[in-house]
Design a protein around this ligand. Structure first.
Ligand code: WA2
Length: 269
């Protein structure tokens, strides 16, 4: 009889964990797809049209009205690619000077990625050179060479200081061929569209709505480097030794990264 109830407890943990992993992966996937569509929209409306058919006001309205399509993202922003020789002209046209993430004027670099459009929820990104942050910079380089959705490792986000990951898509000139080489991709890059998965608050909100939530502890890890798993969600140290642990695989759509969900009971059975 004891054996039997232990089996049932383990089954219940497995099914709760698998359900949560599926939900999270699903919401991640729809969010990434919608950001991809906005990247194509910007490529089409901002660079196929002259004068551009999008400005900050249009971007803010469109992204606010479609935010239900991106349930795990705290907002989206577009950073334009600016070379050093274009900087003076860019800044005088915009009427402002680009800043670093430390809120200082950006020092000279070969190129920059200042945010020119932002959803109101992430208005603090406006005018910031996204290449001034290590995680964002790495994402920008990987996004434009691959043409795919890319994710950073977990870090503390600007604005909220919550633990999360940043998603980036490169925006290309609309004439980029589908079978473009890496060099062609880099050359045709006109900017970057992305936003932050605020995992700490948005995943908490997602999980809190599920039945049985009080009974289990859920962690999400970035396990890209198997010997150095990084916590993305949940408590970083678990004090009690409980009998079962279930690990559910997560696929967030960036083949360079590996994530997993680990679930346990909160208390000894
Ligand atoms: N978005 C929101 N919060 C952040 C952040 C970010 N990056 N970086 C640090 N905290 C405009 O890759 C282009 C968004 C980056 C896109």
């Amino acid at each position: 009889l004891r054996r039997d109830s232990m089996d049932r407890a383990e089954e219940r943990l497995v099914s709760m964990c698998e359900e949560r992993a599926r939900m999270l992966q699903e919401q991640f996937g729809v969010t990434v797809n919608h950001v991809h569509a906005i990247a194509i929209l910007i490529s089409t409306f901002n660079f196929e049209k002259s004068p551009p058919a999008i400005d900050q006001d249009t971007f803010a309205k469109y992204t606010a009205r479609t935010s239900f399509e991106r349930p795990l993202l705290n907002g989206v922003a577009f950073a334009q690619r600016v070379f050093h020789h274009e900087r003076e002209m860019f800044e005088s046209q915009q009427g402002w000077v680009m800043n670093t993430m430390q809120r200082e004027p950006a020092p000279p670099q070969v190129e920059y990625a200042p945010v020119i459009f932002s959803q109101d929820t992430v208005s603090y990104l406006a005018r910031i050179d996204m290449m001034s942050g290590e995680e964002d910079r790495e994402n920008i380089f990987r996004a434009r060479t691959t043409g795919k959705a890319v994710l950073t490792n977990p870090f503390r986000l600007l604005g909220s200081n919550h633990l999360g990951v940043v998603l980036t898509f490169a925006v290309y000139r609309p004439d980029l061929p589908a079978d473009a080489s890496v060099e062609q991709r880099v050359e045709a890059t006109i900017g970057y569209l992305g936003g932050a998965f605020d995992v700490e608050s948005l995943v908490e909100n997602l999980l809190s709505k599920l039945a049985g939530n009080q009974d289990i502890v859920v962690n999400v890890y970035d396990v890209t480097n198997a010997s150095d798993a990084m916590v993305l969600y949940g408590p970083s140290s678990l004090d009690e030794q409980v009998p079962f642990l279930h690990v559910s695989m997560l696929d967030f759509g960036d083949p360079f990264r590996k994530h997993e969900m680990r679930c346990r009971y909160r208390q000894k059975l």
